[in-house]
Unconditional design. Sequence first.
Length: 174
Amino acid sequence: MHGKRIGIATLAVGAALVLGACSSQPDTEPARDVGPSPSTSAPALRDCTNIPRTPRANLSSCDLRAADLHWENLTEANLAGADLTRANLTRANLTEANLTGANLRGANLTEADLRGADLPMADLPMANLTEADLRGADLRAANLTGAKLAGAKLRRATWTDGRVCAEGSIGECK
């Protein structure tokens, strides 16, 4: 009988933790470290489930893998070091956002507004930047291997090699 009580109590505590993690109430406590995988030396990521996605939000080092952030207004948000692998950022407003060192591998940034965004050392392989507005963005040392840039506006963007893209740079830096 005592063993059943412990099992039921453990189950109740586990359910409370799960329900608390899924709560739609804003989180007033600081984000928790998710921590690196034991087999990697990647920096620890934060669990940012309950942090509102608003302008100037601090989402640095957040685990946002496969997050649905389309149409979100993240103007001037801090996403430095965030993991946005395969995230949907279609038509998101990331004007002047800090994405320094962010992982955007395979992310969908179709028609995203990235004017003046900081993306130095961002990892963007296989990212879809079709029709994205990158005017004035900083892409120094960013990895764009296999990224789709068809129709992307690149005027005055600082390219991966440090040169500034000329007027009329659409889909490629001229």
